[in-house]
Write a protein that binds this ligand. Sequence first.
Ligand SMILES: [Zn+2]
Length: 644
Amino acid sequence: MKNIFSLLVMALMILQAFPQPDRWQQKVKYTMDINVNVSTNQFTGKQRLEYTNNSPDTLSRVFYHLYWNAFQPNSMMDSRSRELGKISLGKSREGREQLDWDSRVRDRILNLKPDEIGYQKVLSLKMNGVNQSYKVDETILEVKLSKPILPKTTVVFEMEFEAQVPLQIRRSGRDNPQTTVRYSMSQWYPKICEYDYEGWHPTPYVAREFYGVWGDYEVKITIDRTYIIGGTGYLQNANQIGYGYEAPGAKVMRPAGDKLTWHFLAPNVHDFMWAADPQYKHLVRVIPNGPTIHVLYKNKSGDPKTDTAWNLVADAAVMVLPFIEKNYGKYPYKQYSFVHGGDGGMEYPMATLISGPGLGTAFHEWMHSWYQGMLGTNESLYAWMDEGFTSYAAAEITAYYYGKMVEKNPDNAGLRQMVDQMNKQLPLHHAEAYNGYFALARSGYEEPLSTHADHFNTNYAYGLAAYSKGELFLEELGYIVGEDVRNKILLEYYRLWRFKHPNANDFIRIAEKVSGLQLDWYKEYRVYSTKTVDYGIDSLWEEGGKTKIRLKMIGKMPMPLDVELTYMNGSKEVAYIPQYLMFGEKANETREIPRKSFEPWKWTHPTYIFEISHRLTDLKSVEIDPTQRMADMNRKNNKLELTW
Ligand SMILES: [Zn+2]
């Protein structure tokens, strides 16, 4: 009863203390109509864009992305990839030289033939019925407006364009030999750049990261009638299309002609992706009071194992959703689709393109619906808040999933062994990310997380920073504020910042408010620096029947310390030393082990001495952070075993 009451008080306090942030957002409403020629791999399109300027600024120009122009010889993407290919990261175990370029891109763009390149050509552009003059420079279209867009007003852009689908190089394109999927259609339309409190973001398409304006999409795709489409959006004319989209028991009435027009609506999303192939198989899972899961995949070889694997993706997605929603917030859309295509895995609103039925990738991309789809941080600037947080959650989801599978299949010894093995590695569920980060920190290639995603010196450093260090950021935050508080922070972050493009500071402010601790120092060190943590045990001695323990700070990044003391009689105790900069302490996380709090450690002091009321010979071992959640670069000096 008491617990319920204090939970209620806590909930009320949270509601009162944290009003919704009022950061303005631009708004879009796209209406697009395209007609695809599957023999030339080209299409023509019309785009109507209602653009609402909710900013306090008068806009005299606007920018659009024309992503597919990157897939042309000598483009910025091509040049960048070939330059990264000149960097050798050393030799692999098999003795092969590891070059830094993306193995999917390499120098392939340079060798594209005219019918294999990608392009998006704008044929005309009007604003409120008036022709606009514009300039295209590769992947960015700049429009100097005939009349400025005033604050709090809406204008209508009308565009005619044509495009050629590139041979699959990266993310989007046609005929990837690996998947054989005909069309992976991401970044396929001219898309207005985001304008936010930092101004325009006309980021040229060099390698990665997408940042878009939330709004509504109405898309009509006319394509050869044998093609089956999956992607973002709810199909409006399902009973005219069929292919598994029709209502249960409905009779499919397809209009006559060589082509079909698929009509989609997607509310409140920042992008629209689709993929098409005549041989897609379509699986559907309806979650009661939840979204419908679609899986569209090809089974080229007809191997029944392939069908089983894709069915497992559908079932696993259904199984993990309650866990995801409980820990990371509600999924508000009516649908989510796993679509075979692309290369690797890439997230889009309401859908992902994945090149195979791996569950790890499926969970990761599904989870992106939260951090990329709904939180939508500017990934160029804060890739780690998307990829890292997504990786963090995906690791938790994976552990949850296999835990459930063991419960369901108690006789499966192999499965149990795998899970036991997984649970042996520390920090629990996130050891891989920590090891990735440690390798990066030792490599000499590390750059701060605050580096723009396209501007890291190497793909290697970008990847480990965004994914591994970003995942570590949340797990280590859990060490600082306590696991339960970290989990509350994630839910508050979702509740307060979804559909608002939060930045690093917005996240850390939520963490401070929920935890009651100062955490600016954690952000400064982890996000803006590459400084590392290393604490060690220096010495122990006895004075007047009591034991003194001296610890030392070897690394340059300060942290609070959990020090576990194990006594000869088998009992344990935690000595907790908060970091001075926190101005507070976390709650005791291990209720079964008594904890004693000591004075905060001032980071300017290289050593710290604390005293315990036991004889030295009572002690069996002393260990700094036995959970290994603190990313200590050298754990060898963290534990001291005593023999008497
Ligand atoms: Zn990702």
